[in-house]
Design a protein around this ligand. Structure first.
Ligand SMILES: [Zn+2]
Length: 541
């Protein structure tokens, strides 16, 4: 999702001078204790009924898992405000103990390593209401303009355990999910993946069954309930001619507008294929679902709430950004929320590449310049590990992230290598988990360049590198003297410059040592550095 800067930035900045202290709840949520690493979730089977007047849900989640090490107790997560009715294993109720938003389940016998098991957790309650969705998420119980119920669920960062019991850690995605959701007759429940059935109950409800046949982040699992109309289309792969189902669920009175507006999806998918390979969740299809909040990257059911508006660049930001997350975030995913820069930097860069694809590189450069204005350089892009870090100061994981990638492209200075690196990155880590070091190792291997100091200057340091330079005149010759000032040792990003009137850039290779070159002209007054190609601050001495 895109960060909502104006509110969070200033409220958090006020407290940024104080060191963070973390609680046991932070560790229970964000760390991988043996009570969590002892099992690997293979499937969630979520069964729910919504009581809309009471804003409550009730049901159970059957959790299938592979036992990784022998254990007799495991940890699951469900927000403390939700009532946990029972945990059932092989027909018997198990003992459990709650501690804040976590709970611990005790088994009568050892669960043996290598065995496949399942337990069902029955629960009910009024899930947290979204405060400012999607940034501060939960359930949004709204009405559409005809007064029909319109409900959405968003929980990125805060976690899916706010509404269903699960192992709420990014490192463990279920391999597949079934979602069964009962809503009053007349309303539709749209969840992720493919709809596989409906059934009417005797008491006036319709149950909708959805299946996700790929691994999925917990926070991507969602429900959308409303008076929806549904229309479909097909995207034909430009690579191999295979057909991808496109499904759109919009409020019934917006159908005509949506049909016109969503025409931008197919050219977008063609651009994405060009740069990032085929859409990663082909079997489940691509879908947009109209939501009462701005947007979210819900896998195979992308939340769309941008009121059919294009920006001044001629595209709908929510469609392009949230769909980009199908590659960066949903297909390749981080293990720890602290490394969310991988989801957001690449997806924010997707926006510029989309413009490069549909217009040209100059327009993409202009767009990047606009993104640059939102870089704040207050804190590092890498958060603290093992505590479910969600509170960055500013939005640098987006905008400084996109500029890290743009600077890397110009460091590599070979677009053929750059684009093959990005595409191979998507292929190598398709539907898998990765961390920062793996990203760096991959980019170094593919490009044959030492990029770690550049990555780490941007990721670990709050400040960008500073290039200092001086025009030195000696014996009728002007020299350009320069060096990098960077906290990261061996920072070695190349730089381009030109003299006034020059058409092309020359490349220099600054380090932390002072270097000088002859500019070859007398009395040079001005040097122009490539500030549109690299992110740095410039200091003339
Ligand atoms: Zn995003």
């Amino acid at each position: 999702m895109k960060y909502y800067l104006s509110i969070l930035f200033f409220s958090i900045f006020g407290t940024s001078l104080f060191a963070q202290t973390y609680t046991r709840q932070d560790s229970l949520r964000g760390a991988l204790s043996p009570l969590r690493t002892c099992f690997d979730v293979t499937h969630y089977d979520l069964n729910l009924r919504l009581n809309i007047p009471q804003k409550s849900i009730a049901g159970h989640n059957t959790i299938s898992y592979l036992v990784k090490t022998d254990f007799q107790e495991l940890q699951l997560d469900l927000f403390a405000n939700m009532s946990l009715d029972s945990v059932v294993f092989e027909g018997k109720k198990l003992l459990f103990e709650r501690e804040g938003n976590a709970f611990f389940v005790r088994f009568p016998q050892i669960q043996a390593k290598g065995s496949q098991q399942k337990l069902a957790v029955y629960y009910h309650g009024e899930p947290r209401a979204a405060v400012n969705p999607p940034w501060d998420g939960g359930f949004s119980f709204r009405k559409d303009k005809n007064g029909n119920d319109w409900i959405g669920v968003s929980c990125e960062g805060i976690g899916a355990s706010l509404w269903f019991p699960n192992k709420d850690h990014l490192s463990d995605e279920p391999d597949s999910v079934r979602i069964y959701c009962e809503v009053p007759n007349g309303l539709t429940c749209v969840a992720n993946g493919r709809e596989t059935g409906q059934r009417k109950t005797a008491d006036g409800y319709t149950g909708f069954e959805w299946k996700v046949s790929y691994p999925i982040n917990n926070y991507n699992i969602t429900l959308n309930i409303g008076k929806y109309s549904h229309f479909s289309d097909t995207f034909v792969s430009t690579i191999d001619g295979e057909k991808l189902a496109l499904d759109y669920y919009v409020l019934n009175y917006n159908t005509k507008q949506a049909k016109k507006h969503f025409a931008q999806v197919k050219p977008m998918l063609a651009c994405f294929e060009k740069y990032f390979d085929k859409y990663p969740f082909w079997r489940d299809g691509y879908a947009l679902v109209e939501t009462p909040y701005w947007g979210m990257e819900h896998q195979g059911a992308i939340a769309y709430g941008n009121n059919y508006k294009n920006n001044k660049w001629g595209f709908d930001f929510i469609i392009i950004h949230e769909s980009g997350h199908e590659y960066f975030g949903n297909s390749l995913s981080v293990n720890d929320h602290a490394e969310m820069w991988i989801h957001e930097a690449f997806t924010t860069y997707v926006e510029a590449l989309y413009l490069e694809c549909t217009k040209n590189y100059e327009v993409a450069l202009a767009y990047l310049q606009e993104q640059k204005k939102q870089i704040y350089n207050i804190s590092p892009m890498l958060g603290d590990m093992d505590i479910n870090h969600t509170k960055w100061e500013g939005a640098d994981i987006y905008y400084k992230g996109t500029w890290l990638l743009h600077s890397l492209r110009n460091t590599i200075d070979d677009d053929k290598v750059w684009f093959s690196t990005i595409k191979n990155f998507c292929k190598q880590y398709k539907i898998s988990m990765l961390n920062t070091q793996q990203v760096i190792d991959f980019f170094e291997k593919e490009t044959g360049k030492k990029l770690a100091p550049i990555f780490y200057q941007y990721l670990k340091q709050p400040k960008p590198p500073r290039l200092s330079y001086q025009l030195v005149k000696e014996n009728d010759t002007t020299y350009l003297q320069f060096r990098w000032w960077a906290e990261q040792p061996y920072f070695n990003m190349p730089m381009k410059f030109k003299l006034k009137g020059d058409k092309t850039y020359q490349t220099i290779y600054p380090t932390s040592e002072v270097q000088r070159i002859v500019l070859g002209k007398k009395d040079v007054q001005e040097v122009i550095f490539a500030e549109e190609l690299f992110y740095f601050t410039l200091v003339q001495e």
